[in-house]
Write a protein that binds this ligand. Structure first.
Ligand code: MRU
Length: 359
């Protein structure tokens, strides 16, 4: 691993310090200007960290939630196992209400509740240890999955390709490497040249603040563009593939990801460029038949009107519509890359096959 890569991927976005029993994250809202690590302890601080995007990206939110459940379980003083469980469930419901779209959040909370349920008859120490080990396993597992997804994603690219990406689906949004942007880090590690175009990703600028920061520091050839420049860059013949992450994939392949993703997919289809979605199988929601069933988070209008400006850019009374995600129709997706393999259309079959018991 080159030094440049190490300097990026070792920025540990989430860390649980067991000596101090403290959950530490890098505050992503301050990047790229400041690398500040913060400690979150109370349920409210944890809820706010997710809601305010101090920790963000579907897999990273899931990893964080796993540790949160352990940390919160430690604070519960309840002699009765059922009372303990109900309190933990309450904390889980509260954290889960922070952001509705990324399925990894509810998945990690459910996983931890199942562990708590399984160890409810054991001693408090054993139960807490099981919760910690489960959180650490979710974390480790994501690292393995990201490495595999990045490897498979890279197999879809050739030396010298131009690749357009949207939002941030790199190490900050996951554990290491990333999903939608993982192949770019792997390529850099191997000396394979790619030209990456990063959409700035209005309104919260994850592409500018996080993706171009991560890729630039890794030595990847990255060019930042405004979202409305994607069509021109594609028309110029500079893009051979699009790669993005995902927040929830429905059973039919419809994919929720950062607002603007579906527009990129429509443009890619117009120009005959393959559009790839990359994510772990934990992002596939088999209980959600199609994209219309995915709940889309609506956020504060001030993110559009005032957040990045010295003066407001619209009159206070002007109405805003600020959805955080949109759904890309499965017909626009050339492949969905998971740690278990590359799925091609028809997705209802290929995604279901990922969960078949091969034994
Ligand atoms: O609102 P955000 O910044 O959490 O949105 C993140 C995205 O849309 C990512 O593309 C997605 O979570 C995949 S991260 C590997």
């Amino acid at each position: 691993m080159s030094d440049k890569i190490r300097s990026v991927t070792h920025v540990q976005n989430i860390r649980y310090d067991r000596d101090r029993e403290t959950l530490i994250i890098i505050d992503q809202t301050l990047l790229p200007g400041e690398e500040r690590f913060i400690e979150t302890r109370s349920p409210r601080e944890m809820y706010d960290a997710i809601r305010k995007l101090q920790i963000r990206g579907a897999p990273a939110i899931g990893i964080y939630a796993g540790y949160c459940m352990y940390a919160l379980a430690r604070t519960i003083e309840a002699p009765e196992p059922e009372t303990f469980y109900r309190k933990l469930e309450e904390y889980g419901d509260y954290l889960n209400s922070s952001r509705p779209t990324a399925v990894n959040l509810s998945w990690a909370i459910r996983t931890q509740l199942a562990v708590a349920r399984a160890y409810l008859g054991d001693s408090r120490e054993e139960l807490l240890e099981a919760l910690y080990q489960s959180a650490a396993a979710i974390h480790r597992d994501d690292m393995d999955k990201c490495a595999r997804i990045s490897e498979l994603g890279l197999s879809l690219l050739r030396e010298g390709d131009g690749v357009l990406t949207h939002c941030n689906a790199g190490p900050l949004a996951t554990s290491r490497y990333g999903t939608g942007q993982g192949p770019f880090f792997l390529a850099a590690e191997r000396g394979m040249k790619l030209r990456v175009f990063s959409d700035e990703t209005r309104p919260l600028l994850q592409g500018a603040r996080l993706t171009s920061y991560e890729l630039y520091r890794a030595g990847v050839d990255v060019t930042l563009i405004c979202d409305n420049m994607a069509s021109m860059v594609m028309k110029n013949g500079w893009v051979q593939a699009c790669m993005v992450g995902c927040d929830r994939v429905a059973a039919n392949g419809d994919t929720a990801n950062k607002i603007g993703t579906s527009g990129v997919a429509i443009l890619a289809s117009h120009y005959g460029i393959p559009f790839y979605v990359l994510g772990p199988t934990s992002t596939i929601d088999r209980n959600c038949p199609a994209g219309g069933d995915i709940k889309i988070e609506l956020r504060d209008p001030e993110e559009i009107k005032t957040m990045w400006y010295e003066k407001p850019m619209a009159l206070p009374g002007v109405k805003c519509f600020n959805p955080a995600f949109d759904v890309t129709d499965h017909s626009l997706i050339a492949a969905i890359v998971t740690e278990k393999g590359i799925c091609r259309p028809p997705y209802t079959q290929s995604l279901a096959a990922l969960f078949e018991d091969k034994a």
